[in-house]
Design a protein around this ligand. Structure first.
Ligand code: ATP
Ligand code: MG
Length: 158
């Protein structure tokens, strides 16, 4: 185990993207954080819906938190904190608050994580979602032992 791992998966449909998120949701532990990067409509929220399902969060709870910035979903195996930085004021992220979530006892998923200054937040696991024909490509990058372990588990289908 090197502490760095990458994995690319394709998802032809939104259901396939959700299913990959669901697999990750079954693997995550307290303190895991997932940074999501991808253009408008790439499927970041769809992935988080799957993540929530994998944590057994009641499905009706997951909406896009674009207008609230942070949504908390209770009722699953672990609390899920869903953060959307799309409307982040440039240069004004409240990093201490974000850090508290990312290093807290739940699981955190951050849409538009690339709106943060480089290196501002150490989420460990990042997922880049790109448009391909058909569907999407999801590229996982794990930095550090924990995130690399998650990527390896996703790669092996466990
Ligand atoms: N393979 C796919 N994976 C994910 N979404 C897909 C796929 N194919 C089509 N879609 C559609 O793309 C849209 C993805 O929307 P979603 O809100 O998840 O994107 P997003 O990245 O969160 O967007 P935003 O940048 O606005 O937050 C949905 O309408 C979904 O049905
Ligand atoms: Mg979204």
């Amino acid at each position: 185990m090197t502490g760095i791992a990458t994995l690319a998966l394709t998802a032809d449909t939104v259901e396939a993207t959700e299913a990959i998120g669901r697999r990750l949701g079954r693997l995550v532990a307290p303190g895991d954080a997932v940074a999501l990067v991808g253009d408008l409509g790439a499927g970041k929220t769809a992935f988080v819906r799957g993540l929530a399902a994998g944590l057994d969060v009641p499905p009706h709870m997951v909406a896009s938190p674009t207008f609230t910035m942070i949504a908390e979903y209770q009722g699953g195996r672990l609390p899920l904190f869903h953060i959307d930085l799309y409307r982040l004021e440039p240069g004004a992220p409240d990093l201490p608050v974000l850090e508290e979530y990312v290093h807290g006892a739940g699981v955190t998923a951050i849409e538009w994580a690339d709106r943060l200054p480089p290196g501002a937040l150490d989420a460990g696991l990042s997922v880049r979602i790109e448009y391909v024909d058909p569907g999407r490509r999801l590229t996982f990058d794990g930095q550090g032992i924990r995130a690399a372990t998650l990527v390896a588990a996703l790669a092996s289908g466990t």
